[in-house]
Design a protein around this ligand. Structure first.
Ligand SMILES: Cc1ncc(COP(=O)(O)O)c(C=O)c1O
Length: 394
């Protein structure tokens, strides 16, 4: 049977994680893996999550199936959190996904059914998993330029030029906030222009919202997704609770469909349910229930928001510290972009041989494309990191 198979390539991040784990050097620095790290270099269970889990443990009476759409109260709380009431609920339908990836999988499959072989435009660069997810749905992957490698900001004119040429058969995947891998994000005015372009061309938006609250705050980070959802007749949103609730392995996410009317929304819902039934049949519920408990309880919600704020501010502080340290040492503003980016990542724009050198000589790990996870910056060793980065690029 298996003789016909070739070895599939694994996402490079898993290889890097294994290399880091096997590296015996003291003081190694992990800027690679895309999970939040606290000052002790751990990815903690948030305190609001722990409390919600205890409550569930004490009160849950059954583990029977929830049904194909999953935990409706969780979905409803996420719709409120992400959209803040900007769209009439009669046009919204939701199903749970197994994490943000599961939500993306469902929504892309819906799009693949709606436009078999259709073109999807994805930012260049993007989170690498977008590509197989879209291809597995039978879509043709195309790119729009996104990152200016000189300024390390968004190459907005180039992006808009491509978007302006799309047709109503095309799909556009947008990162809702905290772009992965670049850390460069659209301003509100740029979101307005993107939405104007989509209105003009009729191209269809799919928003990937995996880091709500990691950039500038829950409300500020929702500007783009709310603009898209409220201005266009139809859109899709993939929400992940992995990062902002620290629920990574629990696989909590929501696929949100907004249709032009309630009847159409029912058709989309039936397709989403059909996809779930024919793939994983039911979605995981533990993480979904944890989020529901937190968002429906005033005190737990406040505690979660405070923890999220602390995480976000820590990442911002680390950005500023590293940018300052590099500026002081190099007397140049070349790395100031680190402080200007937002979210968990920054794309440093280093050549691959420099990234390899940093790994081999200094035990500093980052993704091959030079994406760093700013939460992995050791706060007490920022100066040393700046020295090593500068030595490697010289
Ligand atoms: C841009 C982006 N989208 C979606 C996801 C999906 O996350 P998960 O499936 O773990 O919820 C990630 C995770 O790294 C991501 O970076």
């Amino acid at each position: 049977m298996f003789e016909t198979l070739k070895k599939a390539t694994l996402d490079k991040i898993f290889v890097l994680m294994a290399e880091y784990a096997a590296d015996p050097r003291d003081g190694k620095i992990d800027l690679g893996v895309g999970v939040y790290k606290d000052p002790g270099n751990n990815t903690p269970i948030m305190s609001a999550v722990k409390k919600a889990e205890q409550r569930i443990l004490d009160t849950a009476k059954t583990k029977t199936y929830k049904g194909v759409v999953g935990n409706k109260e969780f979905s409803s709380a996420i719709v409120d959190l992400a959209l803040g009431g900007v769209v009439d609920k009669s046009r919204i339908r939701t199903v749970n996904g197994a994490g943000g990836t599961g939500a993306l999988m469902i929504l892309l499959q819906v799009l693949g059914r709606a436009r078999p072989g259709g073109r999807i435009f994805i930012s260049e660069p993007t989170w690498p998993n977008h590509i197989p997810l879209a291809e597995n749905a039978g879509l043709e992957v195309n790119y729009y330029p996104y990152f200016n490698t000189t300024t390390r900001g968004v190459d907005f004119d180039a992006m808009l030029k491509v978007l302006d040429d799309l047709t109503s058969d095309d799909i556009v995947l947008l990162h809702g906030c905290c772009h992965n891998p670049t850390g460069a994000n659209l301003t509100n005015a740029q979101w307005d222009k993107v939405v104007e372009s989509l209105k003009r061309t009729g191209a269809f938006p799919l928003v990937d919202l995996a880091y709500l609250g990691f950039g500038d705050g829950l409300e500020a980070d929702a500007y783009g997704v709310r603009k898209v959802a409220s201005s266009l007749p139809e859109s899709l949103i993939a929400f992940s609770a992995s990062k902002n609730f620290g629920l990574y392995r629990e696989r909590a996410g929501v696929a949100i469909a907004i249709a032009k009317d309630s009847e159409t929304a029912d058709v989309v819902s039936s397709q989403m349910q059909n996809i779930i039934r024919g793939t994983i049949s039911q979605t995981p519920d533990h993480g979904a229930e944890v989020v529901r408990v937190i968002l429906e309880d005033k005190e737990l919600r406040a505690e979660w928001e405070a923890e999220l704020t602390e995480m976000r501010e820590r990442m911002k502080r680390l950005r500023v510290k590293l940018a300052d340290a590099i500026r002081q040492r190099s007397n140049s503003k070349d790395f100031d972009f680190i402080a200007e980016h937002s979210g968990m990542f920054s794309l440093l724009g280093l050549p691959e041989d420099v990234v390899t050198k940093l790994k081999l000589d200094d035990a500093i790990y980052m993704i091959n494309d030079s994406r760093i996870n700013v939460a992995g910056i050791p706060e007490d060793r920022v100066g040393e990191l700046a020295d090593k980065l500068l030595a490697a690029v010289r």
